[in-house]
Design a protein around this ligand. Structure first.
Ligand code: HEM
Length: 454
């Protein structure tokens, strides 16, 4: 048994530690830290333990989950935005609300969303003109926001997509800036950074409270997530959730439920545009299976290559590339004894790019996820949705949505990059493509479709 002091430390500056690298070269730091299964680095005076092996990550997220809470990054600085919603809450509140919301994300239930997802995708497509250059990242953000609004809350938020998108960017910059600053002032203080965050939250609150108000006024059970939240009653005292409690869950689901999936899709289109042979294979598959019609849930098992492309894009660019925890007691992780209060980070990006787990890890190779090959992958090395009891509640929703959007669009559109473009990842709370993904739209004619399928 080894004390955590025996773990290697990445060298840093005397006072700042690795803060500068964390702020400005976070992914490079994550790669470097991944050279060791576990390694210390410092964010200013705070030591942080980075876990980069599937075994240690499993120990923290599954075996010893009771010894950890979310670290102060997201749960403290994200609190003004997400409140006590599912992503940030702990203990009994989290347990109760996860149980309450789980049925909305079960396979049977999300199958009903497939039709809305495909229809919204076709509506987005109808607005694009042949030859136009689009920021595909922005288009995916609008589309996934529309879908999450319609499926979970029966609300149309398309018109507000710009407001949501700007507010969300501001809020994520605030969170990541605060986590990686030496000093941060209390949220109520009117500093420029706080004021920007407060404005972002006011804009989002207006939208979310409007959705809640309208549904309370309608007073009907639509069987969706919003009705589930409004009708929920405490088993002991029969009390319902207050508007601010409902707001926290709705805000969390709107934000967690569209930003990540949109990034996954934006990176997928970028990779397909850079790898025409993979794009050809997706189109050949969708043409053969769908022959031009809108995909349905039942078609998805027959579109395995399309799914492999999405999975491989999420390996190279995991939208949630880093997660934080804090030990609430002394805890044994593999051979290491961690002290209560230790901040731990889970190196999702580092795992996904590790040569020990993925051969030639920088190569875009969807065939890694072909059904037989996927079974051979190192267990626990691929974890875009996290693991354990706090695994993403929306993982099946997101995979079905991404799969349907890819299939719907690929058979109708060829997105082309006018020049080979290296798009830099921008690691905010999620991994965004910096500057967006500008691609030209080439609409496909029926005749082109049948040639590829032949
Ligand atoms: C590609 C898309 C997505 C990715 C990569 C992703 C990733 C993740 C990850 C890694 C976590 C765990 C965070 C942690 O343990 O600290 C998480 C949690 C969560 N995700 Fe997702 N997510 C995606 C889509 C969605 C969707 C579509 C929804 C809802 C509609 C959603 C809602 C949530 C919620 C509510 C949590 C918190 C769960 C809990 O703590 O009980 N996510 N997500």
């Amino acid at each position: 048994m080894e004390n955590s002091a025996a773990i290697p430390t990445v060298p840093g500056l005397p006072l700042l530690g690795n803060l500068f690298q964390f702020r400005s070269h976070r992914l490079a730091l994550q790669r470097r830290l991944a050279e060791s299964d576990v390694a210390w680095f410092r964010m200013g005076p705070i030591p942080v333990l980075m876990l980069s092996s599937p075994e240690l990550v499993h120990a923290a997220l599954v075996d010893q989950v009771d010894a950890f809470v979310k670290s102060r990054g997201l749960s403290h600085f994200g609190r003004p935005l997400l409140g006590d919603g599912l992503l940030t809450s702990e203990g009994e509140v989290h347990k109760r609300n996860r149980k309450l919301l789980a049925p909305a994300f079960q396979h049977k239930r999300i199958a009903n969303y497939a039709e809305v997802m495909a229809a919204d995708t076709e509506r987005a497509l109808a607005a694009w003109s042949d030859g136009a250059t689009l920021d595909v990242a922005e288009e995916m953000m609008k589309l996934t926001l529309t879908i999450v609004g319609r499926t979970l809350f029966d609300a149309d938020v398309t018109a507000e997509s710009r407001v949501v998108s700007q507010a969300l960017t501001d809020a994520m910059e605030y969170m990541i800036d605060s986590v990686s600053s030496l000093v941060s002032f209390p949220y109520k203080w009117p500093t420029p950074r706080n004021r920007k965050m407060q404005r972002a939250i006011r804009a989002l609150d207006e939208i979310v409270y409007r959705i809640i108000r309208e549904r309370r006024a309608e007073n009907v059970d639509k069987g969706d997530v919003l009705s589930m939240l409004l009708l929920a009653r405490d088993e002991d005292d029969g009390a319902g959730l207050s508007d601010p409690q409902v707001r926290d869950e709705v805000m969390t689901l709107i934000l967690a439920g569209h930003e990540t999936t949109a990034n996954a899709l934006a990176w997928t289109w970028h990779l397909l545009a850079q790898h025409p042979e993979a794009y050809d294979r997706v189109q050949a598959e969708t043409d053969r299976v769908l022959a031009g019609r809108t995909p349905r849930m039942e078609d998805l098992p027959n579109l395995p290559y399309t799914l492999s492309v999405l999975k491989e894009a999420m390996r190279l660019y995991p939208p949630a590339y880093l997660m934080g925890r804090e030990a609430t007691r002394d805890v044994q992780l593999g051979p290491h004894l961690l002290k209560k209060g230790t901040i731990v980070m889970i190196n999702i990006f580092g795992l996904h790019h590790h040569a020990a787990y993925f051969t030639d890890p920088e190569r875009f190779d969807p065939d890694r996820f072909a059904p037989a090959a996927e079974k051979q992958l190192a267990k626990g090395a691929y974890m875009p949705f996290g693991a354990g009891p706090r695994i993403c509640i929306g993982n099946h929703f997101a995979m079905m949505e991404g799969h349907l959007i890819l299939a719907t669009l690929a058979q109708r559109v060829r997105f082309v990059a006018d020049a080979p473009a290296a798009i830099e990842p921008e690691p905010l709370v999620t991994l965004r493509p910096r500057g967006g993904v500008p691609l030209r739209v080439i609409l496909r004619r029926r005749q082109q479709r049948s040639t590829l399928a032949a």
